[in-house]
Design a binder for this molecule. Structure first.
Ligand SMILES: Nc1nc2c(c(=O)[nH]1)N[C@H]1C(S)=C(S)[C@@H](COP(=O)(O)O)O[C@H]1N2
Ligand SMILES: [Mo]
Length: 525
């Protein structure tokens, strides 16, 4: 085969770049496997991603959520991977001429990831192990690939080089063979796939929640009425695996309930530490509560309704005896996240709960296993601490929490909101009766009325679905006589039981929750 020298050079550079990428992937896969054995959250790739999330300025985060919705995290991991692999390719190319230089770049890459894994709030000393494993495996793989593709240094007898035109490869003699490169690549790729998937499998198995029997509630909620059954309308109760998830973590924190404790400290008469068994021995109540994220835009999906099982927050605070200085409950979670909640919401009679069960099951890990807070009427970031470990009674003057430090509102009651689910956006519907349907919520006040406006006409009252209390959303529907073909738009608004009408003033989620009416357009034809 006759290839020109420049062509061959280009080929070799590409090969070297591929070697760098392969070595890095092997390193990360081995690191992931070792992390699965030591501490799944210490996986170097994930540590880099979490740090990027933490350092991303709020406007960029908002933009990412707006652009990609719940896919913001996978997209973030993806971008981190792409940048890492580009640098890895550069390391491979550098290693081709000066192995040590490429190796140093590769180790810096891995070193940064390892360091970030160690700087996580939940990191322990053992978390250095996955980082070391990544470095060893990545460095070793780079070396092997290099040996296979460039060859070993020339022996002293100075036999002919393989590249006569001054390429560094000319100094090598035990020249590379296609077969050697293929074997090295194959073995390395195989190692990466096996280590990566076994690691993933081990993490999944290790983090499964075993058999936990939750206590029967001392105060059970009445049976939830059957909701409206309209295709594409949100179900009256959101199943756990469809419940929105919002938190600062790339990997779900894994907490062992047997060793979990809840500390109550700060301005209290008796500092408390409650274990899992002690918590389960306390009287539990069951409540239907709708939760909303402050980042939910008009018409957004960051809202869900579930049946929660837990101990009233007030019971626990009363045991500790709250002092008279405190005006804030600062809660701390395993992920280092903090939430500040007005003390009032624990005492004003609403169902602020320390929760262990969601829709009849232990909390899923994604939603805060083993214990979280759920407080109706305020957005998640000021009241629904997941993976809860500590409640500190303090003041707003003394302490600031994670999102308030990042300029989100200190006080954030949920705004009245309504959403159209059906028909789906930008669809074409047949002329005749068209069912418009959705959900509306105004936690702690309850929904009294939902109205629909077609093409800017009069507000028409929609029919409400069953009522499960003021803290729970209402489904609604309206039968629209769509006789005129063409484009039509409809808008929804809700009124709460105090008579307050949802505002049409359009506001973005930052800093205290979105407002404005949800509108949808369809084509009748
Ligand atoms: N520990 C912890 N708790 C947290 C968060 C978090 O990042 N870490 N995010 C909060 C936010 S912003 C919301 S909206 C709710 C979401 O709860 P969910 O994921 O169960 O829907 O959790 C809250 N609790
Ligand atoms: Mo949120």
């Amino acid at each position: 085969m006759d290839t020109s020298a420049p062509d061959r050079r280009r080929g070799q550079i590409l090969l070297a770049a591929a070697g760098g990428v392969l070595a890095t992937v092997v390193g990360m896969a081995v690191g992931h496997l070792v992390a699965a054995l030591v501490d799944p959250a210490a996986s170097p790739v994930l540590a880099v991603g979490s740090t990027v999330i933490d350092l991303t300025p709020t406007p960029v985060k908002e933009w990412a959520v707006a652009q990609f919705g719940t896919a913001d995290k996978p997209i973030l991991i993806g971008s981190v991977l792409v940048v890492t692999l580009l640098l890895a390719a550069v390391a491979g190319v550098l290693a081709r001429r000066r192995f040590a230089v490429g190796l140093v770049l590769l180790l810096v890459l891995v070193g940064v990831a390892g360091l970030l894994a160690l700087l996580r709030p939940t990191a322990g000393p053992l978390d250095v192990v996955p980082a070391l494993a990544t470095a060893l495996a990545g460095g070793g793989a780079l070396w092997w690939f290099h040996r296979a593709s460039v060859g070993a240094p020339a022996p002293a007898d100075g036999t002919t080089g393989i590249d006569p035109d001054g390429d560094p490869d000319a100094r090598r003699t035990t020249g590379p063979t296609r077969r050697g490169v293929l074997i090295a690549s194959g073995v390395l790729a195989g190692t990466a796939v096996v280590a990566g998937s076994v690691g993933q499998w081990i993490s999944t198995v290790r983090t499964r929640i075993g058999n936990i029997v939750l206590p029967k509630p001392a105060e059970a909620a009445p049976a939830l009425p059957d909701g409206l059954d309209i295709p594409d309308l949100s179900p009256f109760r959101t199943p756990n695996d469809e419940f929105y998830r919002v938190d600062i973590n790339l990997t779900v924190p894994v907490v062992d309930h047997e060793s979990w404790t809840l500390t109550v400290d700060g301005d209290v008469e008796n500092e408390l530490t409650i274990t899992w068994d002690e918590l389960l021995d306390m009287d539990m109540v069951e409540r239907d509560i709708t939760m909303t994220c402050v980042s939910n835009d008009v018409g957004g999906q960051y809202v869900g309704a579930a049946r929660w099982l837990g101990v009233p927050l007030k019971t626990i605070l009363d045991r500790a005896g709250v002092g008279d200085r405190a005006d804030q409950i600062l809660s701390t979670a395993v992920d280092g996240f903090t939430i500040s909640t007005p003390l009032d919401v624990a005492t004003d009679g609403r169902d602020a709960l320390v929760v262990v069960g969601m829709n009849g099951e232990p909390l899923p890990r994604e939603h805060g296993f083993p214990v979280r807070l759920v407080i109706p009427g305020i957005y998640g970031y000021v009241g629904s601490t997941k993976w809860l470990t500590k409640l500190t009674l303090t003041t707003y003057d003394d302490d600031v929490a994670y999102w308030t430090e990042r300029d989100w509102a200190t006080d954030a009651p949920v705004k009245i909101a309504s959403r159209i689910d059906v028909p789906k956006a930008a669809t074409t519907v047949d002329p005749g009766t068209v069912v418009i349907a959705g959900v509306a919520w105004a936690q702690t006040r309850g929904i009294a009325k939902v109205e629909v406006q077609i093409d800017g006409g009069a507000w028409e009252e929609a029919t409400l679905g069953p009522d499960a209390g003021v803290d729970y959303w209402r489904q609604w529907y309206y039968e629209w006589d769509a006789s005129d073909s063409g484009n039509h738009a409809f808008t929804v608004r809700a009124t709460d039981e105090t008579g307050e009408v949802q505002t049409d003033v359009r506001m973005s989620p930052f800093p205290e929750g979105s407002s404005g009416y949800h509108t949808r357009a369809v084509m009748v034809s």
